[in-house]
Write a protein that binds this ligand. Structure first.
Ligand SMILES: [Fe+2]
Length: 160
């Protein structure tokens, strides 16, 4: 890869793969949650994730590229860890704290990626693409903030 444009497309394919893995993993995370509010938050983020995948389809379309995925080992590792936390915990409030920790790690990864992609889209003069990437970035930040307040106000105390 010689140009920022090529690297941009590579990261786009990487996050496209990541979102699809997240879409697959969220139902189990939600089902494993004891806290009703946590389950609802994860289910609502699943809906958002489906919209984010459609937004990426739209971005590929705007760039006249066919949507392709690039395997993202980082997200596979984060999802594997989430699975390990579920397998290794029995006490439900503790498991909920672990689920939040895992989901926040995924959100932080996405925030890093979408932040970079939006900045690069601006740099490359792809303003319509940048608008779409920023919409997803804001959703990821909100999802992270929701998980944070669930942890602080409800889950951590019960787990402790
Ligand atoms: Fe996402």
């Amino acid at each position: 890869m010689k140009s920022l444009h090529e690297l941009f497309v590579h990261l786009l394919q990487d996050i496209y793969f990541a979102e699809q893995q997240i879409e697959k993993s969220l139902p189990e995370l939600a089902q494993s949650a004891k806290s009703e509010n946590l389950r609802l938050a994860l289910e609502s983020h699943l809906k958002e994730t489906k919209g984010q995948i459609e937004r990426l389809d739209e971005i590929f379309g705007l760039m006249q590229l066919s949507p392709e995925t690039e395997e993202c080992e980082a997200i596979e590792g984060l999802i594997d860890e989430a699975q390990e936390v579920i397998n290794a915990t029995e006490e439900q409030p503790v498991r909920d704290a672990g689920i939040i920790a895992s989901a926040q790690a995924v959100e932080h990864y996405e925030i890093a990626r979408y932040g970079t992609l939006a900045a690069w889209a601006d740099q490359l003069g792809l303003s319509a693409v940048s608008v779409l990437l920023n919409q997803t970035l804001e959703e990821e930040k909100k999802a992270d903030a929701t998980l944070n307040s669930l942890a602080l106000l409800q889950v951590n105390q019960k787990a402790a």
